[in-house]
Design a binder for this molecule. Structure first.
Ligand code: SF4
Length: 159
């Protein structure tokens, strides 16, 4: 069961989008120096499709995207929620921040418009760092993934 601990409207997690970012708990990744250790435990409220709808409806007129932060213990369930969101709110894009280094096998990732992959490694830095191991991917019209990580660098030109 997916659970969420908190959420916020954010501007920098996905380029050119105003995102409702929802933090999912029960993270299995155990990155050294984890920046959000409270997400390692199976805590929070269930994020059922109806709970998600309730959250999104509060902000639907002011956001352009919904971004799931985490959920690597159950990636198919995250993909299913993304699919449901596209049906209930077709004007919204859907993003996913995964802490894995690669897209999950056997999961229909085409339900997402954006995916961040890459474990947290403090020595390499976040998406805005030139040495980061993380990648922000954007799905294009051919259902292929374009790497748009450069958009997080200072002074990057708009796409
Ligand atoms: S993916 Fe994020 S929450 Fe999970 S262990 Fe790594 S830093 Fe912590």
């Amino acid at each position: 069961m997916l659970k969420y601990t908190n959420y916020d409207v954010v501007f920098q997690e996905i380029p050119d989008e105003v995102s409702l970012a929802i933090n999912l708990s029960n993270c299995p990744n155990n990155c050294p120096g984890c920046h959000s250790p409270y997400l390692l435990n199976d805590v929070g409220e269930e994020l059922s499709p109806s709970a998600l709808d309730g959250l999104v409806n509060r902000y639907a007129s002011s956001i352009t995207c919904v971004c799931f932060m985490g959920g690597d213990a159950a990636p198919q369930q995250v993909a299913n929620l993304a699919d449901a969101l596209h049906q209930s709110h077709p004007h919204l894009r859907v993003g996913w921040y995964s802490g894995k280094d690669a897209l999950p096998d056997g999961v229909n990732t085409n339900t997402f418009d954006y995916i961040k992959i890459g474990r947290y490694d403090a020595s390499l830095g976040p998406l805005s760092s030139t040495t980061t191991n993380q990648r922000m991917l954007k799905r294009n019209a051919q259902n292929k993934w374009d790497d748009i990580t450069h958009r997080f660098r200072k002074g990057a030109a708009a796409l």
